[in-house]
Design a protein around this ligand. Structure first.
Ligand code: DAK
Length: 258
């Protein structure tokens, strides 16, 4: 299915959403973010879909929020419209897994959108940055907060204050990216990761997401308590019985998300 700004493909329980504004290096405008909101919403509701890949083109994941859409706006415009805020958190708040697959530029809002996903896979061509400082502004969709948590204060300050770009190798080394794959096989390698994620119990996957995300929001002792509560609750699931029995029987588990 091809919408205006996002191409949606579904295969083997994996939904791939490809940002599709090639003439603007996938700059994120309000219309595109609305389409993304709808795509994420549909993904969450459809039990047959078990993992989402959010990607762009080989040249750009997304070169940021659309500067041409932002340029004429005043403070009162963006405040009154809640400009690109109302439709920006759908990826971060999705309860099912979303993998960012980044080739080329992931800048500004593009980098922020990738960081809203559960983890980032990059091709060798990926370039990350928060260049908003060059436009006389700052990150505005969580970049100053999420990037600092990913890569630490010193490097986040360096990125945000100089506006420079990091290549894939530096991004992996600093913890922004989980794995780098060759350009030639990138989407095939990403699909293999998505299939691996999709084959687990969805209950365990969703609870594990909650646990890892909670680690950003709370103290260590509260986080560990939260993990233990969810871990105990999983002993009420059929998938726990199936997973452990399958291990003992030396067979592949058949999870039913129950
Ligand atoms: N917006 C609009 N158009 C863009 C764009 C962008 N961010 N990036 C590129 N384009 C357009 C270019 O204008 C050009 O269009 P035409 O001139 O052909 O019409 C076309 O894409 C190709 O770009 P270039 O000719 O510049 O291509 P190059 O290969 O020479 O350079 C580049 C690629 C990525 C280095 C360069 O295009 C560039 O520096 N782009 C801007 C990068 C940037 O500054 N990004 C940060 C934008 S500010 C918020 C949410 C999000 C945000 C804020 C708040 N809330 C939830 C509150 C985010 C803000 C930002 O991201």
């Amino acid at each position: 299915m091809s919408d205006k700004n996002i191409i949606i493909e579904k295969e083997n329980g994996i939904i791939t959403a490809s940002l599709n504004r090639p003439d603007a290096l996938n700059a994120l405008n309000d219309e595109l973010m609305d389409e993304l909101l709808t795509a994420v919403d549909n993904y969450e509701k459809d039990d047959s879909l078990r993992c989402m890949i959010l990607t762009g083109s080989s040249k750009a994941f997304a070169a940021g929020a659309d500067i041409k859409q932002m340029q004429p706006k005043s403070y009162m415009d963006v405040y009154k419209e809640d400009f690109i805020t109302r439709n920006w958190e759908s990826v971060a708040s999705c309860r099912k897994p979303i993998i960012a697959a980044v080739s080329g530029y992931a800048l500004g809002g593009g980098c922020e959108l990738a960081m809203m996903c559960d983890f980032i896979l990059a091709s060798e061509s990926a370039k990350f940055g928060q260049p908003e400082i060059n436009l006389g502004v700052s990150p505005g969709a969580g970049g100053s907060q999420r990037l600092t948590r990913f890569i630490g204060k010193s490097k986040a300050m360096d990125m945000c204050l100089t506006g420079r770009m990091m290549d894939a190798e530096e991004s992996e080394r600093s913890g922004l990216v989980s794995r780098v794959f060759p350009n030639e096989s990138f989407m095939k390698d990403v699909m293999e990761v998505a299939i691996a994620v999709s084959q687990k119990s969805m209950i365990a996957t969703m609870m594990t997401k909650e646990m890892v995300n909670r680690s950003y929001e709370t103290t260590l002792s509260e986080g560990i308590r939260f993990e233990r509560r969810l871990f105990h609750s999983m002993f009420a699931t059929e998938d726990k019985k199936e997973g452990m029995s399958a291990f003992i029987d030396k067979r592949k588990p058949e999870f039913k998300d129950k």
